[in-house]
Structures are given as structure tokens and as C-alpha cells.
Design a protein around this ligand. Structure first.
Ligand code: ADP
Ligand code: MG
Ligand code: MG
Length: 211
């Protein structure tokens, strides 16, 4: 589909769906190296988003939809992930402005701004075993795909593939940010829950764009 408000809403609904489907898995990952609430936090946030989506005016833009996600996640998700994802959606919304349709350059700008927002807020670098390890390869892959002339849905698919690989890449790492950093070498062998939820959310973006 073309990437207007219908896609943005479909992406958000699909994100709520996948976060809910993988709630237990995200809880289990967070139990290994955190406090076991990531699945619950994300499900609470996105189900609150779902109830507010119906209030979006019919002339809303993708940026309006992302801003709604941002404010809802900030107010309903506690812990680290709420402000981090909230900032990501807020910066993504600002990057696309009031454009009614997103082309490849806008998609790359959206993803880049989201990642930059997370880094601004959480100060993590690639290799620190956080969601940045999924976001940064996703941004790089999206930019490369766009430069190579890929379609919007191909750009998002490249981002989703890279985010999945990025989530897997956190497994052998020691954490330098977040709760997992308290564990030292005991974090080795466990995947970062926020990197995994990022992979699900970006896959939702790609899947809905391919429809
Ligand atoms: P909390 O750790 O407060 O319980 P969540 O469990 O919901 O919050 O989220 C944990 C996730 O947040 C981690 O898996 C990691 O991906 C991400 N995270 C934590 N701190 C940072 C940070 N400084 N920068 C980027 N991501 C972070
Ligand atoms: Mg947690
Ligand atoms: Mg917590």
C-alpha cells in the first residue's frame, strides 16, 4: 500500500498485535537479564494506544498517528522502554511533519529520527546490548536500500531484517546500559528484550506496507 494514514494506523494496530502475541516471550527475555516486565509494559502501552486510535480525526496524517503513539506510550509505559520508545515516536513524527504520504526518503528520515531520539534519551551505543543494537542496523539497511532505489516496502523489509539480526547480535554481549548492565558477564547468552520488541515493531511496519 502507499504509506499514508491508512498504513500508519495499520502499522500501529499490527504493532499492538505482535507485542501482545509475544508478551510472554518478551517477559521471559526480560526475566533473564532484567526485571521481567518488558512484555507487560509494551502490551499495556500499545493497548492504550489502540483505544485512542479511534479518536484520530479523518484528516489525520501519519505524523499525527505517530505523535499519538508517543504521548500514549510516555504516559502509560513505565520503566526504561516507555520514555525511550515515546521519544522515538515523537522524533519520528517530527521528522515526517505533516506529509500525507511517505516516500522512501521520508521512511529513512522517520527511522533515523526514531533511533536518534532513543540515543539522545538513553545514551547507548551499538554494542551496549540495548534496543539501539536493533535500531541502528535497521536505519543503516533502510538508508542503503533507499540509495539503491528500493521501493518503500522493500526499504521497510530491509530495516526489519536488519533489526532481527541486530536483536540476535545482542546475545553474546555484556550490557553497558539499563538493568542488564548490573549483571556483568551473566548477561552473556541472553537476547536483549528491547532489541527484540524493536524487531517485532519494524517487522509490523514492513508487513503492513507489503499488503
Ligand atoms: P525496565 O528495564 O525499566 O524494566 P523495560 O523492561 O520495559 O524497562 O525495557 C528494557 C529495555 O529497555 C532493554 O531491554 C533495553 O533494550 C532498553 N534500554 C534500557 N536502557 C536503555 C538505554 N539507556 N538506551 C537504550 N535502550 C535501553
Ligand atoms: Mg524490565
Ligand atoms: Mg521495569
Amino acid at each position: 500500500m502507499s504509506l499514508g494514514i491508512t498504513w500508519a494506523v495499520a502499522w500501529i494496530r499490527q504493532s499492538a498485535q505482535v507485542v501482545s502475541e509475544h508478551r510472554v516471550e518478551l517477559i521471559t527475555l526480560d526475566r533473564e537479564i532484567g526485571d521481567g516486565d518488558h512484555g507487560e509494559n509494551m502490551e499495556r502501552g500499545f493497548s492504550a494506544v489502540l483505544t485512542k486510535l479511534d479518536d484520530l480525526p479523518s484528516e489525520a496524517t501519519p505524523g499525527d498517528a505517530l505523535k499519538l503513539v508517543a504521548t500514549t506510550l510516555i504516559s502509560t509505559v513505565g520503566g526504561a522502554a516507555g520514555p525511550l520508545y515515546g521519544t522515538a515516536y515523537l522524533k519520528a513524527a517530527a521528522a515526517i511533519g505533516s506529509a500525507p504520504e511517505l516516500d522512501g526518503a521520508a521512511i529513512v528520515a522517520l527511522l533515523t529520527a526514531a533511533r536518534d531520539g532513543i540515543v539522545l534519551r538513553g545514551k547507548a551505543e551499538v554494542g551496549d546490548k540495548t534496543m539501539v543494537d536493533a535500531w541502528t542496523p535497521a536505519v543503516d539497511a533502510a538508508a542503503a536500500a533507499q540509495a539503491a532505489g528500493a521501493s518503500e516496502s522493500e526499504i521497510l523489509a530491509a530495516a526489519a531484517d536488519a533489526a532481527e539480526a541486530g536483536a540476535v547480535s545482542t546475545e553474546p554481549l555484556v550490557a553497558h546500559k539499563g538493568r542488564a548492565s548490573y549483571l556483568g558477564e551473566r548477561a552473556i547468552g541472553h537476547r536483549d528484550p528491547g532489541a527484540q520488541s524493536t524487531a517485532y515493531i519494524l517487522r509490523a511496519a514492513a508487513d503492513t506496507a507489503a499488503e
